[in-house]
Design a protein around this ligand. Structure first.
Ligand SMILES: Cc1cc2nc3c(=O)[nH]c(=O)nc-3n(C[C@H](O)[C@H](O)[C@H](O)COP(=O)(O)O)c2cc1C
Length: 173
């Protein structure tokens, strides 16, 4: 069962949890993949409710997102097995079926082809309404040096911002 929510009423909880880790789930070619994210925003543009996520070039999630243009964000409510965020934040869907490995329970989406995840029940369904590769030269020097240090593997592994129009929000019960 899904309990519809007003996303703004849960914005504080969603953003606080994002700082600790939430999941970004995608589906393409019939396969579901999920990865941990620690960055994300909620807001309004073009008069619409938008959840923006930031995905580095190297992530398998990026090719999934580019293929499907849809995602869900899955937010824990209360304690969850710490292994979930750890595995999803260190293993790539290119090498491992993380959903099967962790025994996660998928719940079919309402407005997107991407499922939610019962173990992280607060779900936002999103359709990509805009995407933008971040321009390294436009990033503040301190942030640029910290996250894209020249000469390191992250040097050109910059982020793409995916703006997801929130098409449904609910708690899986
Ligand atoms: C706490 C935490 C937060 C993370 N946040 C992000 C993020 O916001 N953006 C990103 O691109 N990678 C982030 N990562 C790294 C990805 O989760 C990790 O590289 C993952 O293995 C990518 O999976 P994929 O190749 O299946 O997409 C984070 C990892 C952790 C542990």
């Amino acid at each position: 069962m899904k309990k519809e929510i007003n996303v703004w009423e849960y914005a504080g909880q969603i953003l606080e949890q994002t700082g600790k880790g939430v999941l970004l789930t995608t589906k393409a070619d019939g396969k579901v993949n999920t990865m941990t994210i620690g960055w994300g925003t909620l807001g309004i543009e073009w008069g619409k409710p938008i959840c923006t996520v930031f995905v580095r070039q190297s992530r398998h999630t990026k090719s999934m997102l580019d293929a499907s243009g849809e995602f869900t964000v899955n937010v824990p409510m209360g304690q969850i097995d710490k292994n979930i965020l750890s595995v999803c934040g260190t293993k790539s869907g290119r090498d491992l079926d993380k959903i099967a490995q962790l025994g996660l329970t998928l719940e079919e989406g309402q407005t997107v082809s991407v499922p939610g995840i019962k173990e992280l029940p607060l779900t936002m369904e999103c359709k990509v309404i805009y995407q933008q590769d971040q321009v390294l030269s436009a990033i503040d020097e301190e942030c640029r040096n910290r996250y894209y240090a020249p000469g390191t593997p992250n040097g050109d592994d910059f982020h793409t911002a995916y703006y997801g129009l929130i098409t449904a929000a609910y708690i899986i019960e």
